[in-house]
Design a protein around this ligand. Structure first.
Ligand SMILES: [Fe+2]
Ligand SMILES: [Fe+2]
Length: 165
């Protein structure tokens, strides 16, 4: 994806750039839907039964996020994206959960940026909708970190954005 011309670090972006970034978010939501649909069914082992049930709930929440985000993109006059970010698979339960956690970290980092960018554009209602999504994404992070027996990672929003996609 071509990065917007102005610094993504700054919160000052155009509405067109915001729509582009929301389309990236939407592709990330599709990725989350697909991975939770699959992982919730293929996770095996007594120790993973609780988290498998939680992943099934996550899958439905991610669908709601995708709907909310596409409504915002449409509101900005752009066409919502139809492609998912790539979904990684593994036969190993911990690795699956690790992929999910990494994706949620990336998602949280992005939505934190998005809230500020929406507010900088005076789009306060949109910022509020994204805040609601962000609350659930942070819950997803906690569920996954707990299942992995780890601390919830302290993800920073940009400027620590990775350049690789
Ligand atoms: Fe989501
Ligand atoms: Fe999530």
């Amino acid at each position: 994806m071509a990065e917007p011309k102005t610094a993504v670090n700054g919160d000052e972006i155009t509405r067109g750039q915001l729509a582009e970034l929301l389309n990236e978010d939407l592709s990330r939501e599709y990725q989350a839907i697909i991975s939770y649909v699959v992982y919730s069914q293929v996770l095996k082992g007594a120790e993973y039964m609780d988290i498998a049930a939680q992943l099934q709930i996550h899958a439905k929440q991610e669908l709601d996020h995708a709907l909310t985000i596409s409504r915002q993109i449409d509101y900005l006059g752009k066409m919502p994206a139809v492609t998912s970010k790539p979904v990684r698979t593994s036969k190993e339960a911990r690795e699956m959960l690790r992929f999910d956690l990494e994706n949620e970290n990336e998602t949280v980092r992005n939505y934190r940026d998005r809230v500020r960018q929406c507010e900088a554009l005076g789009e306060y209602a949109m910022a509020e909708q994204i805040r609601q999504i962000l609350m659930q994404e942070q819950d997803h992070q906690i569920d996954l970190a707990t299942a992995l027996g780890e601390e919830v990672p302290d993800v920073l929003s940009s400027p620590k954005r990775r350049t690789a996609r």
